[in-house]
Design a binder for this molecule. Sequence first.
Ligand code: TLP
Length: 349
Amino acid sequence: MVDTIDFRSDTVSHPTPKMREAMYNAAVGDDVYDEDPTVHALEAESAALCGKEAGLFVSSGTQGNLVSVLVHCGRGDEVILGDKAHTFVYEAGGIAALGGVIPHTVPVHPDGTLALDDIRRAVRGNNIHFPRTKLIALENTQGTVGGMPVSAEYTRAVAEIAREHKLKLHIDGARIFNAAAALGVSAKDLVADADSMTFCLSKGLCAPVGSIIVGDRAFIDEARRVRKILGGGMRQVGVIAAAGLVAIREMIGRIPEDHANARTLAQGLSTIPHIHVDLSRVKTNFVMFDLLDSAPVTPDEFVARLQREHNILMRPYPGFKRTFRAVTHYWITPERIEQTLGAVQELLA
Ligand code: TLP
């Protein structure tokens, strides 16, 4: 059992004992030679799970998004994406730095969507002065607004705009299985209209490393080449892929537990003075809450004392001062939620 109660992200989730065992026993080969049987199994099962032809194992969600954008766009081309999209805000400008791809942002709404009219307006006409629009990128769940699940109907409407203008559609589905669980649909349904999608094994699914890109065979063949260019060709990587297989076979079905724990945490926090939580916005494994100005401790003291006195890690969302994001995952059990509520209550009394 992991000692610290760590709400900073689901990225902090350690591998399960079963993953460690699978990693120890993994059959491996040189994956750059396309000879790793465990990677083959992970890529094929992931593609089938998402209803796509092929999959590619990459080192991270950031690498998955970067590779995907670089396959869809050339230098000077443009991608339309949310102004709060992870790819725009938290990926160190990689698509511009390494691909010369221009991010054309439109506002992300509180429900995680981009207005269809904003997307339509952002598509460039054919004019020598303009960059060429090549791609629309969505995020599901949409992290920065609180882990909002985005529906299949909405995604289809965006895909229609993409098709109308001969653009591609990519989904950053880092937490696509959280979205699917929250909406009561399959991940397949959520990405059916997308040309490519990246999902993460290393967040709610608990694997130590890795993400998967899915798409059609030609796209994935090209993505494999771009991954190599980025130094992402790995060798006996079945050791890591083995944990990914446990992740997709055994961890997707338990995601509703994380959502239930998030709800319990949010409900408990909403009864504690000096905290504001909008319960209607807790849809997946994120709980966004504000530490009000009236609190007897500053945000820094709150963070430091939770850690020092209770071994609990919580942080304001990167870029925010008093808005915290508490993320539930496999290692945050119902007992730990109760323990956390007790600790916060004591600190703010
Ligand atoms: N997000 C991390 C931080 O980078 C903010 C987190 O703690 O949530 N897409 C989305 C929607 C993500 O939330 C993240 C990670 C990524 C992509 C990148 O994944 P990694 O960390 O594997 O590169």
